[in-house]
Design a protein around this ligand. Structure first.
Ligand code: ADP
Ligand code: ZN
Length: 627
């Protein structure tokens, strides 16, 4: 259904000729180009097609409906589950001169009336609302939309919330199919950063999308450096955390913790070390939450120590680091949470402090979870969660390129190593694992790709279990091929092969079996060699990793000073307007000013992120300090 990207890049040339799209992009957003992944999505939307856009966090999803809103007549309705984020989005749009509004339960009735009028009068380009509001009072709100508004597009943000299998399931989202029933001819764009096929299918069916165009961008976030380190004992853990954060002087970051209590403990540890930090979790009063959130957004608070629940609600483009003080629950969660860093495309770091204790805690959580609904479905769900946890543990234990493994998890193949993760920057010794890989692969092959990791391991060890004898697998040539190894050792290597994509995992209901793919065959035929982390590395103490490679450090001393001056100016303006600093200008924009050193208003307008509205508003304020 989706077509290759290069076709769309060619049609961008055609757009260049039409150029209304790009004109709007520069005039309102200050950008000169669309990102390659945005092009086909926006094109499909402008063609009036139902569209599903899967893009990583920070990929630029908002523009995919905001730009069409400007190009088309009428207005765009945006449905988002994140009430707190709507305000920042709308503030940002208004600063760019785009009329936008919000109607949801957090808005005073007076403001709702004003926004309703403005929408009816066609004065708004974008209207944000929540699924609750949309579905409230037997569809009265939707009736109003249908009768009173001229709607060009309906955008459904965080569309993965429809999926019962995902971690963010929202019951109201599963009722959003009524949108298509009510507005059969209005195109819908569904957006999410969750890539798995199950969720994708759910989105399409539940939202009743009609012949949707599907676009999946690469999930690579090249500007994020991934590091996983053993947490060590209490003292070592604290030392690592404080040292890491101190290297990010004055730059925003998030520390994710497992419990409310640990957010409090970590925050007070940081405060004691002279770092401005606060805890953020569901147990705080709304007032406290709002205060912490705004302080963080306005750069008055450097670090937020948050429970995972905070993850979905933070949309600050210049978060420079994300630390996992506790292990995330799955690779998806890890990817989502680390994805909060570096939305502005500037170098950022993700540090995970790993301890097997956390893994044990999660295993217990999964096992003691109270079954809800159908018992069988619950068990499958439980099994899936265990598998996801195991994949994450493999990710933590690997000595390979972490990005390769992350992308592999999303079925994306990375050629070569990334050079920007601890696996690449601080490689542990590798052994030639071709032989053991071949043994595992032929055991899977000879047992007809029907068994899980434990069974395969036992055959390789030469264990005469009842099951193996009943299957006559003790008669196979591979029986006992690895009888010089321990069980854990064989499993350690097999798990690495899975992470590297050299063995496939099939799910038959909740039974997980190992199977082969084309890459396994290449290894079996000795066409490809395999490097593995030796088993002996597991228990070894790792070397110290180098920490941040910060944005400013790539500038000369004078430029660093200039950047600081610009940053302070931005801070002043933001404080006066009571908006987050990035709403005024992003760091990327400040860096572009440092680089291009504009002096005239004409030159200033060429800066990335300076649209017409911001030029009028801010050029005078900045002109006095331009050098
Ligand atoms: P997502 O919703 O996919 O996480 P956003 O829409 O918040 O991502 O965009 C992330 C950042 O990228 C924002 O700061 C946005 O202004 C910036 N951005 C988006 N599109 C472009 C573009 N074409 N050129 C430059 N910056 C962009
Ligand atoms: Zn790497």
């Amino acid at each position: 259904m989706s077509y290759p990207l290069y076709l769309n890049q060619i049609s961008l040339q055609a757009w260049n000729m039409q150029s209304t799209v790009l004109q709007n992009l520069k005039e309102y957003f200050g950008y000169d180009t669309l990102r390659p992944a945005q092009v086909p999505v926006i094109e499909s939307v402008l063609d009036g097609k139902d569209t599903l856009a899967i893009m990583p966090t920070g990929g630029g999803k908002s523009l995919c409906y905001q730009l069409p809103a400007l190009v088309n007549e009428g207005m765009v309705i945006v449905i988002s589950p994140l009430i707190a984020l709507m305000h920042d989005q709308v503030e940002g749009l208004k600063k760019n001169g785009i009329p936008a509004g919000i109607i949801n339960s957090s808005i005073s009735s007076w403001d709702q009336i004003k926004t309703t009028r403005a929408a009816e009068n066609g004065e708004l380009k974008i209207l944000y609302t929540s699924p609750e509001k949309l579905l409230a009072s037997q569809g009265q709100f939707m009736d109003w939309m249908k009768e009173e508004l001229n709607i060009s597009l309906i955008a459904i943000d965080e569309a993965h919330c429809v999926s019962q299998w995902g971690h963010d399931f929202r019951p109201e989202y599963s009722r959003l199919g009524v949108i298509k029933e009510t507005f059969p001819t209005t195109p819908i764009i569904a957006l999410t950063a969750t890539a798995d096929e199950l969720t994708r299918g759910d989105i399409i069916t539940q939202l009743k999308l009609v012949e949707p165009q599907i676009f999946i961008s690469s999930f690579d976030r090249p500007n994020i450096t991934y590091t996983v380190r053993p947490k060590g004992n209490d003292e070592q853990a604290k030392e690592q955390l404080v040292g890491f954060i101190q290297s990010f002087e004055g730059q925003s970051g998030i520390v994710y913790c497992l419990s409310r209590k640990s957010t409090e403990e970590v925050a007070s540890l940081l405060i004691k070390s002279g770092i401005s930090a606060a805890a953020f979790h569901a147990g705080l009063s709304q007032d406290e939450k709002n205060r912490t959130y705004s302080a963080f957004m306005q750069d008055k608070l450097q670090v937020v120590c948050a429970t995972i629940a905070f993850g979905m609600g933070v949309d600050k483009p210049d978060v420079r680091f994300v630390v996992h003080w506790n292990m995330p629950k799955s690779i998806e969660n890890y990817y989502q949470e680390t994805g909060r860093a570096g939305r502005d495309d500037l170098p950022s770091e993700a540090l995970l402090l790993y301890t097997p204790g956390d893994a044990a805690t999660y295993r217990r959580f999964i096992d003691v979870a109270t079954p809800t609904g159908d018992r069988n479905i619950f068990e499958i769900f439980q099994k899936l969660q265990h598998d996801k946890l195991e994949r994450l543990i493999d990710f933590c234990n690997t000595g390979h390129c972490r990005r390769k493994i992350l992308l592999q998890y999303f079925n994306e193949k990375q050629i070569g190593n990334c050079g920007n993760c601890d696996g690449c920057l601080n490689p542990t010794a590798k052994i030639d694992g071709t032989e053991i890989a071949q043994k595992v692969i032929s055991t899977i092959y000879k047992t007809e790709q029907k068994y899980g990791i434990t069974y395969i391991t036992e055959v390789m060890m030469g264990l005469e279990s009842e099951r193996i004898i009943a299957n006559k697998h003790n008669e196979l040539s591979v029986f006992g091929v690895a009888n010089d190894m321990e069980k854990e050792e064989i499993m350690f290597y097999t798990n690495q092969l899975i992470s590297l994509g050299l063995i496939r995992v099939d799910y038959n209901g909740y039974i997980k079996t190992l199977a082969l793919n084309a890459d396994s065959m290449a290894v079996a035929k000795s066409l490809e060699e395999v490097e593995l982390t030796p088993y002996s590395e597991v228990t070894k103490k790792p070397k110290k990793t180098k920490t941040s490679k910060k944005i400013k450090s790539e500038l000369s001393i004078e430029d660093q000073e200039y950047f600081e001056i610009l940053r302070q100016k931005r801070q002043e303006i933001a404080a006066a307007d009571e908006v987050p600093a990035f709403v005024v200008f992003s760091n990327a924009t400040l860096l572009d000013i440092v680089e291009k050193k504009p002096k005239t208003s004409e030159e200033f307008s060429q800066i990335n992120g300076v649209g017409k509205h911001k030029l009028d508003k801010y050029f005078d304020l900045f002109s006095k300090i331009l050098v």
